[in-house]
Design a protein around this ligand. Structure first.
Ligand code: ADE
Ligand code: ZN
Length: 343
C-alpha cells in the first residue's frame, strides 16, 4: 500500500472525514432524480421519464454537449423559491456528510430567467439554504454566478445587471456551458465590468477547449481560478506559468470520466498536475449526473492513481488556499486539516 496507509480501507476512512472545501459544484447539477420527480409533481411540470431508473439510464454521455442538453432539461422542474431552497439544502446535507467545511457554489441564472423564473426567486432560495446550513452544520458557503457561454455577451451583461441588487450575496462570476466555439474572449467586456464591481473571477477552461482558451481566461478575463484546466497539460509553458502563479485548478475526476474527457480514471491527469506543481483540487461538478459527491471523487481518483496520504492532504489544503475565504478562515481550516492528518 502507498505511503501513509496500511490498506485501501484505511485510505477510504481517511478521505471520509478529511476536512475539505468544494470549489466546483453547479447547484443545478446536484438535482437528484428523486427530487426532480418530486418537484415535477409539485409544479405540474411534465418530464419525459416514467421513473427514477429511466432518468439514471439517460445519464450516459459521450461529451459535454450530451450532458448539457439533459442538464438544462432537468433544471426545468425548478420554479419556486422553495424549490431552490430544497435543491441547495439537499446538496449541503450531502456536503456535510463528506466533511466539506466550505463550499463555493455555481448557479446558472440564465437557465432559469429564460423560463420566466425571477433572478430574485433563485438567489433567495439558495441563500436561505446557505444560512440554514451554516446554523445547522457550521458549513460556510459562497455563491458564484455563471454566464452561459453559448449565449451572447449582451445576454451576460443583462444577467450581471439583474445581479446588481444582490451583490452582497455573490462572491464572483464564472463562465460555463458549451466550451468549444465560445472562447473566453467573447466575454472580455462583461468580465471587466464584474472585476470592477469587486467580484472574483473564474472560468471553465481546458475541459474540452484547447490551451489557448486557458491563456485567454488568464490574460483577458484575469481569472482567480481555472475550472477544470485539464488540457493545460498539452502546453508546457502554460503549465509552468500556472504553477508559478499558484493558480488553483478545480478538477472534477468523475465528471471527466462521464464526459469522456478521459477514457479511464487511471489515465486521469490529477497526479501529473500535482507533480508539475499545479494547485489542483478535487470537486464533483454535477454530482447527481456524474455518479458521486466530492468524497466519491477523492475515492475514485485515489484508487485509480494510488494517491498517498501526502497527496490527499495537499488536495484538501489546496481546496482551502484556493477558496475565496479570508486569510483568518483559511488558517483555521488549514490547521484543522493538519491536526486531522496528524491524528
Ligand atoms: N455546466 C454544468 N456543468 C458543466 C461543465 N462540466 N462544463 C461546462 N458547463 C457546465
Ligand atoms: Zn463545471
Amino acid at each position: 500500500m502507498h505511503d501513509g496507509f496500511a490498506s485501501p480501507e484505511d485510505r477510504a476512512a481517511f478521505i471520509t472525514a478529511l476536512p475539505k472545501a468544494e470549489l466546483h459544484l453547479h447547484i443545478e447539477g446536484s438535482l437528484e432524480p428523486e427530487l426532480m420527480f418530486e418537484l415535477a409533481q409539485r409544479n405540474g411540470v411534465a418530464i419525459p421519464f416514467a421513473n427514477v431508473e429511466e432518468v439514471r439510464a439517460a445519464y450516459a454521455f459521450s461529451n459535454l454537449q450530451d450532458f448539457l442538453d439533459i442538464y438544462y432539461q432537468g433544471m426545468g422542474v425548478l420554479h419556486t423559491e422553495q424549490d431552490f431552497y430544497d435543491l441547495t439544502a439537499a446538496y449541503l446535507s450531502r456536503a456535510q456528510a463528506d466533511a466539506v467545511r466550505h463550499v463555493e457554489i455555481f448557479f446558472d441564472p440564465q437557465g432559469h430567467t429564460a423560463r420566466g423564473v425571477a433572478f430574485e426567486t433563485v438567489i433567495t432560495g439558495i441563500s436561505r439554504a446557505f444560512d440554514d446550513a451554516q446554523a445547522r452544520y457550521g458549513i460556510t458557503s459562497k455563491l458564484i454566478l455563471c454566464f452561459l457561454r453559448h449565449l451572447s455577451e449582451t445576454a451576460a451583461e443583462a444577467t450581471l445587471d439583474a445581479a446588481l441588487p444582490y451583490l452582497d450575496r455573490i462572491a464572483g462570476v464564472g463562465l460555463d456551458s458549451s466550451e468549444v466555439g465560445h472562447p473566453p474572449a467573447k466575454f472580455e467586456r462583461v468580465f471587466a465590468r464584474a472585476r470592477a464591481l469587486g467580484l472574483k473571477i473564474v472560468a471553465h477552461a481546458g475541459e474540452e477547449g484547447p490551451p489557448a482558451y486557458v491563456y485567454e481566461a488568464l490574460d483577458l478575463l484575469k481569472v482567480d481560478r481555472i475550472d477544470h484546466g485539464n488540457r493545460s497539460l498539452e502546453d508546457l509553458a502554460l503549465v509552468a506559468r500556472l504553477a508559478a502563479a499558484g493558480m488553483t485548478l478545480t478538477v472534477c475526476p468523475l465528471s471527466n470520466l462521464k464526459l469522456c474527457v478521459v477514457d479511464d480514471l487511471a489515465a486521469h491527469p490529477l497526479k501529473t498536475m500535482l507533480e508539475a506543481g499545479l494547485h489542483a483540487t478535487v470537486n464533483s461538478d454535477d454530482p447527481s449526473y456524474f455518479g458521486g459527491y466530492v468524497n466519491a471523487n477523492y475515492q475514485a481518483v485515489a484508487d485509480a492513481l494510488d494517491l498517498s496520504k501526502a497527496d490527499l492532504v495537499t488536495l484538501a489544503r489546496n481546496s482551502i488556499t484556493g477558496s475565496f475565504l479570508d486569510d483568518a478562515a483559511k488558517s483555521e481550516h488549514l490547521a484543522a486539516i493538519d491536526a486531522y492528518s496528524r491524528a
